[in-house]
Design a protein around this ligand. Structure first.
Ligand code: FAD
Length: 396
């Protein structure tokens, strides 16, 4: 078994293969030189110097997992069952693509001094002194990463301006009425949030906006999204989707025989949500690998294949709040609030045909835990109970 990518999804695939009883060779190669590590702490404890790193607590030698670090996959010759790498070819019986995602660059800023991204441990280590020295920072993009970075930068004592092209934070992820209360989170923490604002260029020590405003910037953090890291697969014949992601079937199999894909680099069809999902969150990189491992092993044992159709889940820690989301609200036909969105704890529930399909919880982890189970069960809800934040979430 060969796994490309030593992030969460790649490492969990290798571990799951062992947990599920595979005894043959498992090789994981990763382009980064560091021992495999977890990314969520990079925008939280690691950035603030509260943790040195976030290496996974996994004993790879004891599990018989061969790690090839600092090694890059160059292409797949699937007809020959060979992965070409920068240190030569690797034959495989089954191959798992888990190359994750890479941040989108702000045009014209590549290599410009003082402009940062936040995806890797190296990125976080470059940003630590920026925070420690309390530079004025400009964050481009009020998405998940932008919000978490702004929170850490304020905690470190930096003056923070967030520049967002849309009219609100998280415009790509949440409807306007749900994102609206989040605007106050920025201002309450002393962050200068500029919406409807576009960067014209980054100059030494400043960011120039389209409207001519010049914002002082000792450093700039670009957080405008991430794309599947699949450029290396161009020309391999493995089918890629509209966002450059590896397209899989419901069993996480790609278009090439014995090649699977999982985590941030792949999309899968969801019967639950009647559409294809491309998820860039940690829980998907934890759950997907178990299905991949089961399906690889099912091929050998004749066991039935596992369909991967999870209720997506993620969390974010921003502006002193714990934000959690489960499900997928794109096709919802009703939205119900629980609690006062100007307060510290509230939730939003999305329904379709009376069934709970998604839930956002701010400071209400119990809602999230109960809601997630009800979404999984496809439960029909009593709207009056839902509206009453004092009552636990339960089906009709
Ligand atoms: P990655 O973690 O990106 O791992 C892929 C690995 O593959 C990388 O190490 C890469 O170097 C390697 N690779 C790429 N191309 C090649 C190649 N050709 N050859 C060899 N190796 C290659 N999610 C949440 O739900 N909550 C959070 O709070 C949260 N916080 C986050 C904070 C930060 C700063 C970041 C960056 C992400 C955060 N996420 C969070 C998202 C979550 O971390 C990702 O969804 C998860 O890491 C995806 O895992 P992955 O293994 O698919 O990809």
């Amino acid at each position: 078994m060969v796994v490309v990518g030593a992030g969460m999804a790649g490492v969990q695939t290798a571990v799951a293969l062992r947990e599920q009883g595979f005894t043959g060779t498992v090789t994981v190669l990763g382009a980064e030189p560091h021992p495999p590590y977890d990314r969520p702490p990079l925008s939280k404890a690691v950035l603030l110097g509260k943790a040195d790193g976030s290496a996974f607590d996994i004993d790879f030698p004891a599990l018989g997992i061969d790690l090839l670090l600092g090694r890059e996959a160059l292409t797949v010759r699937h007809g020959d069952h060979v992965l070409d790498t920068d240190a030569g070819p690797l034959p495989y019986d089954a191959l798992v693509l888990a190359t994750g995602a890479e941040p989108v660059l702000l045009p014209g800023t590549e290599g410009v001094p003082g402009v940062h991204l936040l995806r890797t441990l190296d990125d976080a280590e470059r940003l630590r002194p920026v925070l420690a020295d309390q530079h004025d920072v400009v964050v481009v993009g009020a998405g998940w990463i932008g919000a978490e970075f702004a929170t850490a930068a304020r905690e470190a004592g930096c003056a923070v301006t967030v520049v967002e092209a849309a009219d609100r934070p998280l415009a790509g992820a949440l409807p306007p009425e749900v994102a609206a209360p989040m605007t106050a989170w920025y201002t309450d923490l002393g962050v200068d949030l500029r919406t409807h604002a576009r960067v014209r260029r980054v100059e030494p020590g400043a960011v120039l906006l389209d409207d001519g405003t010049r914002i002082p910037a000792g450093a700039v953090l670009v957080g405008i999204g991430a794309r599947p890291a699949t450029g290396w697969l161009a020309g391999s014949g493995i089918a890629l989707g509209d966002h450059g992601e590896v397209v899989t079937d419901a069993h996480l199999r790609t278009s090439a025989p014995d090649v699977y894909a999982v985590g941030d680099c792949a999309s899968f069809p969801s019967a639950r949500y009647a559409g294809r999902l491309l998820i860039h969150h940690w829980d998907n990189a934890l759950q997907g690998p178990r299905a991949v491992a089961a399906n690889i092993l099912a091929g050998a044992t004749g066991a039935p294949s596992v369909v991967y159709d999870p209720v997506p889940y993620f969390w974010s820690e921003q502006f002193g709040r714990f934000v959690q989301y489960a499900g997928h609200h794109a096709d919802a036909d009703a939205m119900i609030w629980r609690g006062d969105s100007s307060g510290p704890a509230w939730s939003v529930c999305w329904l379709r045909d009376g069934r709970l399909v998604a839930l956002l919880a701010v400071g209400r982890p119990r809602d999230l835990a109960q809601g997630r189970r009800l979404i999984e069960a496809g439960a029909t809800m009593d709207v009056e109970v839902l509206k009453d934040a004092a009552k636990p979430l339960k089906s009709a």
